[in-house]
Write a protein that binds this ligand. Structure first.
Ligand SMILES: NC(=O)C1=CN([C@@H]2O[C@H](COP(=O)(O)OP(=O)(O)OC[C@H]3O[C@@H](n4cnc5c(N)ncnc54)[C@H](OP(=O)(O)O)[C@@H]3O)[C@@H](O)[C@H]2O)C=CC1
Ligand SMILES: CC(=O)N[C@@H](CCC(=O)OP(=O)(O)O)C(=O)O
Length: 344
């Protein structure tokens, strides 16, 4: 049994960690932080956790966190970096759901996140937490940078064709759509029902911070030339889910893409390749730690198309964080993550 702490327990990914960890037989959640709700019982704010969690929120305190075996940071960007060094020194493992340790180049991180990195020495140590490409490094890591939700959905969708070298990595397109929970639980005008409901729009079309994260991930997959991805996200008036439609130009006409994808992910517990021509839906992964995808090609065209879906709060965040914790702490990778999707 290990003890874990969650920093940011009132946010969408924090409460999703609580929901999933309630069913994990090897984990005791020992403390949950919130500055705005300190002192309030967790199950009072989230009645779905009545009977599963008898803790009250407490103010974040590094000394208290240092009593845990592992700490999840489910906090906005640029928060974890101030505490991680101290926790690692105290022998605590860390999974950071924010972006603080995802980008290996400090200057690139500072450009996209608009602030100075306060723990640059830890950037090199952090392991990018996409188990499908980094499983062995994650097992030995003290600090895991959990990938972004779009980045997970898009990197997994491109992974087999990039590794196999059967497309041009410099001409990739990723058309992403996310539900509103991807933007977090804090109040924002653009996320109000009256603003985002009954409507559909692109955002960050001139550059999103997951763009460099996706390209860095594709470089780890051994792209033969520098990968370039045109990524445009969209906000969909639903709560959970991401669908990414990916386009790549085929460089090897003899390649059997369906076989490449099925072989690459055959032993992956959390990636599902559907039959050729299928259309995965976000609701097929709602609440589930799965990335589900399917391949298409239009007649007479040299583009391969992949439709890839995840639940942004599960495989895109809390589920993947628990998958990483399982690897770091020697549990079965699937522990606590076996439940199928919620339908309808
Ligand atoms: N939502 C999603 O789909 C995904 C989110 N992520 C990333 O995960 C992280 C959490 O996201 P999400 O759950 O949506 O965020 P929310 O905005 O919903 O929640 C943020 C949480 O952090 C706490 N918090 C805020 N500021 C601080 C601070 N300075 N110190 C300590 N705690 C703080 C808040 O509580 P309080 O203010 O009361 O302390 C709250 O509990 C973000 O970095 C996000 O980018 C990654 C993948 C997907
Ligand atoms: C709908 C919506 O706003 N989605 C978020 C998803 C990104 C996210 O959560 O990623 P980080 O972990 O890098 O912050 C966004 O586009 O900013």
């Amino acid at each position: 049994m290990i003890t874990v702490g969650i920093v940011g327990g009132t946010g969408y990914t924090g409460v999703e960690l609580l929901r999933l960890l309630a069913l994990h037989p090897g984990v005791e959640v020992a403390l949950i932080t919130s500055r705005s709700e300190a002192g309030r019982p967790v199950a009072e704010l989230f009645p779905s956790l009545r009977g599963h969690c008898d803790l009250a929120f407490e103010d974040p305190d590094d000394e208290r966190l240092a009593e845990c075996d592992l700490v999840f940071f489910a906090t906005p960007n640029a928060v974890a970096m101030d505490s991680v060094g101290h926790l690692l020194e105290q022998g605590v493992k860390v999974v950071d759901l924010s972006a603080d340790f995802r980008l290996q180049e400090r200057e690139v991180w500072e450009h996209w996140y608009g602030t100075t990195h306060t723990a640059p020495d830890l950037i090199r140590e952090a392991v990018y937490g996409l188990p499908e490409i980094n499983r062995e490094q994650i097992r030995g890591a003290r600090l895991v940078a959990n990938p972004g939700c779009y980045a997970t959905t898009i990197q997994l969708g491109f992974l087999p064709m990039i590794e196999a070298g059967v497309v041009d990595p410099s001409r990739l397109i990723a058309d992403g759509k996310s539900g509103a929970s991807g933007g977090g639980r804090q109040a924002r005008m653009g996320m109000l029902l009256g603003e985002a409901g009954e409507s559909f729009r692109a955002y960050a079309a001139s550059g999103h911070r997951h763009g460099p994260e996706i390209e860095q991930g594709l470089r780890m997959m051994q792209a033969r030339s520098a990968p370039q991805v045109t990524f445009v996200p969209h906000l969909v008036p639903m709560v959970r889910g991401i669908e990414a439609t990916l386009y790549a130009e085929i460089s090897d006409e003899a390649a059997d893409f369906q076989a490449i994808y099925e072989n690459r992910f055959r032993d992956e517990p959390f990636v599902d390749v559907m039959p050729w021509g299928s259309l995965p839906e976000t609701r097929s992964v709602r609440g589930e730690n799965t990335c589900r995808m399917a391949l298409h090609r239009q007649p007479g065209q040299n583009r391969i198309i992949v439709s890839s879906v995840t639940d942004n709060l599960v495989k895109g965040a809390a589920g993947q964080a628990i998958q990483n914790m399982n690897l770091m702490c020697g549990f079965d990778e699937r522990e606590g993550l076996k439940a199928p999707a919620l339908l309808p």
